[in-house]
Design a protein around this ligand. Structure first.
Ligand code: ADP
Ligand code: MG
Ligand code: ZN
Length: 478
């Protein structure tokens, strides 16, 4: 059934910008303070106040536009989007409508080995609204305006995605770019990176798009995936039953795993958009744009390509290690401390370190073990001073404590015996004690090599360096 329909997805992403102060007033954007502590007459919407645009917001929005190849409009206009809600004391949200700051960009994604280019229609700047707090204990509702006027950019995609995997890949790419630019912390759970998904289906081969629904409450990549999967099935069922999909806003219920009708979809006309008379049109000077362009850091795709050429990493490692800026920085700091083995360091991070991070539910930025210390652990293994197994055994402890691998190896007596003369003595002892096996080996029973290695390991309590033991044994048994 699903094979007869094609899924069409367009995403609207809201990214909260990491500025110190709000978009139209000097109030702090800091979180975790008492309700309404970060407010003033402007962000509480008192009559007669005037907004003053935060220059940083413009810089951050333009930088995002430059990073995804948008055209930067030299003139853009703020508009009022009118609606009533208790968390919006002005009765309108100051946003941009007809002339946004950025237009016509794109983001390249790869899913299942296939590369695709997703169009970005526009990026505009706007203010966030406050928050309603409903208290069952007092049987009352409160309004907290700390978030009112916190700067956002909205990034609107073309309806270019053809399935939930592409939607998630696009979101991850956007989030990664925002974090690399250091303009958004990208935290989905806390809502500083959030998305609404517009979803429709159409019979394969039909050119016209089907009617779309807009899904809300998608605060993790997993929820985006699940909500779209559910919605696609639902819409197909509706059509197969001979009914029509209704254009509406639907809320994803995380516990039930379903989307539920929330309200009929409002049209742009309903918002009575008009240019904000309190803010003059924003005109960007060429010199600013050139400066911002020059300040762009190396972006994820470029860094991924460089990791492949510079360190010889395979595709998947380069992709994973550059997906998070902190992780990529961590990797490069470790390589700088032990430049001889970039691939080995990548392997340790990809397997051992990321597994520990995932189990702990933490991110690269939280790593207590300094990258230089990880490098010295990898070096000890590579130089045969400890076995790979010992290295893996002590890594969780090191990650937790941030301790020194040299000290832990010494304290636990894990150092391997690589000293040739010491091992040669042990080997002579073993060979002398097993004359029959030695004769059999020399007569062609080469499988006995394993037996000799096992004996040495037992005698040295597992601390002999197997590579050295093998080499010495081969020489002595020639
Ligand atoms: P609005 O602002 O009312 O939500 P827009 O026309 O600006 O509507 O579109 C919002 C988002 O919906 C865009 O990301 C766009 O790509 C997407 N979209 C538009 N039509 C469809 C459709 N038929 N199916 C899926 N997504 C769509
Ligand atoms: Mg919308
Ligand atoms: Zn304020």
């Amino acid at each position: 059934m699903t094979a007869r329909y094609e899924t069409v997805i367009g995403l609207e992403v809201h990214a909260q910008l990491k500025t110190k102060s709000k978009i139209f007033c000097g109030c702090s954007t800091r979180f975790g303070v008492a309700p309404n502590e970060n407010t003033c007459p402007v962000c509480t919407g008192m009559p007669g106040v005037l907004p003053v645009l935060n220059r940083r917001v413009v810089e951050f929005a333009a930088k995002m536009g430059l990073a995804i190849d948008c055209e930067i409009n030299r003139k853009s206009v703020f508009a009022r989007k009118n609606y009533f809600y208790p968390d919006l004391p002005k009765g309108y949200q100051t946003s941009q409508f007809e002339l946004p700051i950025c237009e016509h960009g794109h983001v390249d994604i790869v899913t299942g080995g296939a590369a695709r280019r997703i169009g970005v229609t526009r990026i505009h700047m706007e203010e966030d609204a406050g928050k309603n707090i409903h208290s069952a204990a007092d049987n009352a509702s409160y309004v907290d305006l700390n978030r009112s006027c916190v700067p956002l950019i909205e990034i609107v995609s073309e309806p270019d995605m053809r399935g939930p995997e592409e939607a998630v890949a696009y979101l991850k790419a956007l989030r990664s770019i925002l974090v690399y630019l250091d303009i958004c912390d990208g935290n989905m759970e806390e809502g500083s990176f959030r998305c609404d998904a517009n979803v429709s289906v159409r019979p394969v081969g039909q050119e016209a798009f089907g009617t779309r629904t807009e899904l809300k409450n998608l605060n993790s990549f997993k929820h985006v995936q699940k909500a779209i999967e559910y919605e696609v099935e639902r819409q197909i069922d509706v059509i197969e039953d001979g009914d029509k999909v209704v254009q509406e806003t639907r809320l994803y219920d995380v516990n039930k795993g379903v989307t539920q009708s929330m309200r009929s979809k409002e049209e742009a006309d309903d918002y009575r958009y008009f240019p904000c008379p309190d803010l003059v049109p924003l005109v960007l000077e060429e010199a600013w744009i050139a400066k911002w362009k020059g300040e762009l850091p190396e972006l994820p795709r470029a860094r991924e390509a460089r990791f492949k050429t510079q360190y010889g990493l395979p595709d998947d490692a380069a992709e994973v290690l550059t997906s998070e800026r902190d992780l990529a920085d961590y990797y490069e700091a470790a390589v700088a401390a032990y430049p001889a083995e970039p691939k080995k360091i990548a392997n340790w991070i990809m397997t051992e370190v990321l597994r520990e991070l995932n189990t702990a539910g933490s991110r690269a930025a939280d790593l207590k073990l300094a990258p230089e210390k990880l490098a010295s652990l990898v070096r000890m293994v590579e130089e045969g001073r400890i076995s790979a197994k010992s290295g893996k055994d002590i890594l969780p402890e090191l990650l937790e404590s941030g301790g020194d691998p040299e000290a832990v190896v010494a304290a636990k007596g894990l150092a391997q015996i690589s000293d040739t003369s010491a091992l040669a003595e042990d080997i002579d002892g073993i060979l002398a004690a097993n004359p029959k096996e030695v004769a059999d080996y020399k007569a062609g029973k080469t499988k006995l090599m394993g037996f000799f290695v096992g004996q040495i390991m037992r005698r040295t309590k597992g601390q002999a360096n197997p590579a050295v033991v093998n080499k010495l044994l081969a020489e002595k048994l020639k």
